[in-house]
Design a protein. Structure first.
Length: 233
């Protein structure tokens, strides 16, 4: 059995893109830190945004891997928490809630029954693949609380405590760095010219983010295996 999920392995490969930017910024910093300051900042800012994007992508891919495993392994729906089914169908539920009149609401209810009945049963295996984009709706900008809430959609309500045990004394530093990464990314996205990191700071950030993702991968895969099936092959 592999040590990590394919989602984590893919994340590690994508970190190479961030490292390319970081090294380029570091090279320019060594060459002319004052004259090339604007270029260094632009490259470093790009590295921060890309790192945040890859962390978000990793969490979503881990979720996709879990969703697909339910169908592949014939997992009985009776084992899934009620909230899980809400996240499968929440887009259709939203359409019903936002209807302005009885006729429209009635139409949306029938649409809901038509499209969602294949999933909404408390017994028997899943017979249709769950649409990942619908399930992932609402998750973006991977702050720690958002990651915890997303993982909680699967019923893993002890994620934070398991992660704390896995990371030990590094838990606080990793959690704080995830929050800092997303906050910095948001400042960059909103045009804050002072939101940047040095190449050496980005290196430290990458190390902690990778450690966080690695621990998350292990905790979630272990929990999924105990409750449902293997994610690591």
């Amino acid at each position: 059995m592999a040590r990590y999920t394919e989602a984590y392995s893919s994340f590690v490969r994508r970190l190479d893109e961030v490292e390319i930017l970081r090294r380029l910024a570091a090279k320019k910093e060594r060459s002319d830190p004052v004259g090339l300051r604007n270029e260094i900042n632009a490259i470093s800012r790009s590295a921060v945004v890309l790192l945040s994007s890859h962390l978000e992508g990793y969490i979503k891919e881990l979720g996709e891997l879990a969703l697909n495993s339910l169908l592949t392994n014939g997992i009985d729906r009776s084992r899934m928490p009620n909230g899980f089914f809400y996240h499968i169908s929440k887009e259709e539920i939203r359409k019903i809630k936002e209807s302005n009149d009885a006729d429209t609401m009635g139409e949306k209810i029938f649409d809901f029954l038509q499209s969602e009945h294949v999933h909404l049963s408390k017994s028997g295996p899943f017979t249709m693949i769950i649409e990942v984009e619908k399930f992932n709706k609402g998750f973006s900008n991977p702050a720690f609380k958002k990651i915890s809430a997303y993982i909680g959609r699967f019923g893993f309500d002890r994620y934070s405590s398991d992660l704390g045990r896995k990371l030990g004394r590094d838990y606080s530093a990793c959690k704080t760095k995830v929050e800092y990464l997303v906050a910095t990314r948001n400042k960059i996205a909103h045009g804050d010219p002072n939101a940047t990191e040095t190449p050496s700071d980005i290196k430290k950030m990458m190390e902690l983010i990778r450690q966080f993702a690695c621990a998350t991968d292990d905790c979630f895969a272990n929990w999924w295996k105990v409750n449902y099936c293997k994610l690591r092959t």
